[in-house]
Design a protein around this ligand. Sequence first.
Ligand code: FES
Ligand SMILES: [Fe+2]
Length: 360
Amino acid sequence: MTYNKVQNATNRTFERTLTYDKYTDPKVLEKEMEMVFAKSWQLVGHVSQVEKVGDFFTAEVAGEPIIVNRGKDEVVRAFYNVCPHRATKLEKNSAGNKKILQCSYHGWTFKLDGQLNKAPNFRGEDENCVKDACLRSVRMEILESLIFVNLDDDAKPLSESYGDFFERLGKNPFLSELKRTHQKTRTFKANWKAFMDNYLECDHCHVAHPSFVAALDMNDYQIITCENYSIQGTVVKPDKKYGTVNLNEAEMQGGQFYWLWPNLMLTIYPGPGNMASIQIVPIDHETSMAVYTYYFRDENLSQAEKDLMEFAEQVRSEDIELVELEQIGFRSRAFNKGRYSSSEKAIVQFHEMVLEALNE
Ligand code: FES
Ligand SMILES: [Fe+2]
């Protein structure tokens, strides 16, 4: 998907707007799982989660259990978290440190690089049958300390998938100092795409987010569509503050709100070094889970950082309420599609990409 295509798409806004069955039909989600989620780069973690040899964490991508660890050779690897003996989910914990991974079924053990260590029920001549049994690896790339995996062996490398996004992100000087410090999840009753649509425009901000428009200069709010991602941003009004803490004038570069195809959002607010990611994981066609992850310099947050988190969470719950109301209407027979203003071109880009991924 190129920028040109997006521009073309804006001329066809009405014909290409997703029809509401895309938000209510379980078959559409089934197809999206295969064609969208199992073929795109998905954020699974941050290098601060695998700092030491043996550190691991588990994740789920398009329904697939995944494990990421740091090997004896310091290399970070990703595998399907599935035992090659008889498919049992290998590591049950969400995170930890292990020098050897053991399956809880028949006790096979694996080295950190995925090689089989021991298969206790294959002895003598049987041993030959399992010599080549090892964990199946998954494509993984790390950029700006963010760990992504892709289940599609033919997908373009991450570094080539999002235009100049990582270059842009890398301009934030504090990025390498951040750790993944907090994670919260919230389940809501709406299709995953409703959340994305909501994030991708700010026409609703004046109506729905009084604290957000009070903090940001909405006259200078911009939405720019780029290759497989978009960015929204603004400058912060110098006289405004988050909570009770004045923002340092020198740090007022405006917020950066990124979207990356298909379901990842990254936000950076002015003020102390910070980043948050939001991932929307479909539970079913009308239920989704928002995973909010925060990255700060330290787990012990300063007052300004706590205020920022509270501010972000307030805005998010306002959005959740809206998309749940929207889902009710998606099910109604009143209309079968919506209308999009010219300031909603990032939604048009998203919809174009959904249709393209589904071959429609
Ligand atoms: S299924 Fe894992 S050891 Fe048998
Ligand atoms: Fe919003």
